[in-house]
Design a protein around this ligand. Structure first.
Ligand SMILES: [Zn+2]
Ligand SMILES: [Zn+2]
Length: 231
């Protein structure tokens, strides 16, 4: 009975201490949590002009994760410790993909920001990787993705050629040959599938880009009156 009493008196106290995350995106397109226990250090690092940019960003990247936050360690964050662990595990297993290129999301807080907005405000913020973010900034996503699709298509064609080449050898050889060339064959099939997946992701990303960012661009140019049927 003593145990029961203890947990009862602990719970309301714990609820009181829950720390809500508060996110913003800085000039470098990094998601920052203002409730992070090391926020002062993050602010200092990002304001240091004389520190080489590379060193600065590496230092910040190291802290810009819930795992470097006291609220995670004391389990007082809006996100329970187990949930953060689970999300991190999923992120490292490449569960979260960039909406534009399908690549993995490297920054933990980018994922937390997206999940928080969805849970709390029912707002879906697209996950976008650092490379695509910089492509958005200098307006080079369409050109770069076209180049990448071309390279991937060449790589895919080569993989298919190798699949046919080794496939023929495997079929024509004895049992040992089938085993030996079968492994090589599997490798090239794997590469071909990987290329196709990336190409599909990029095509979807381009479609999404044109749908969402294309409108904003047309607006910039002042053509929006023609683009909106309800105007
Ligand atoms: Zn947190
Ligand atoms: Zn991307």
């Amino acid at each position: 009975m003593d145990e029961n009493k203890n947990s009862q008196s602990q719970n309301p106290q714990k609820k009181h201490q829950i720390i809500k995350p508060s996110f913003y995106v800085d000039d470098e397109r990094r998601v920052i949590c203002e409730s992070h226990s090391q926020i002062e250090r993050i602010r200092t690092l990002s304001s240091l002009a004389d520190l080489p940019a590379f060193q600065e960003s590496r230092e910040i990247e190291k802290i810009l994760t819930c795992k470097a936050c006291n609220h995670y360690h004391n389990d007082v964050c809006y996100f329970p410790k187990e949930e953060i662990d689970r999300i991190e595990k999923d992120r490292l297993a490449y569960t979260f993909n960039c909406k534009l290129c399908g690549g993995s999301i490297d920054r933990p807080l980018t994922v937390m920001y997206s999940i928080y907005n969805k849970e709390k405000f029912n707002v879906q913020i697209p996950l976008i990787c650092c490379t695509c973010f910089s492509n958005l900034d200098d307006d080079s996503f369409i050109a770069n993705s076209r180049k990448r699709i071309l390279m991937l298509s060449l790589s895919f064609a080569f993989s298919i050629f190798m699949v046919i080449y080794y496939g023929r050898i495997a079929i024509l050889s004895n049992i040992w040959g089938i085993l030996l060339f079968g492994i090589t064959l599997a490798f090239w099939i794997y590469l071909a599938i990987r290329d196709v997946r990336k190409i599909i992701f990029l095509f979807r990303g381009r479609k999404y880009y044109k749908k969402t960012y294309g409108i904003a661009k047309k607006r910039d140019k002042g053509k929006y009156v023609d683009e909106f049927p309800f105007d």
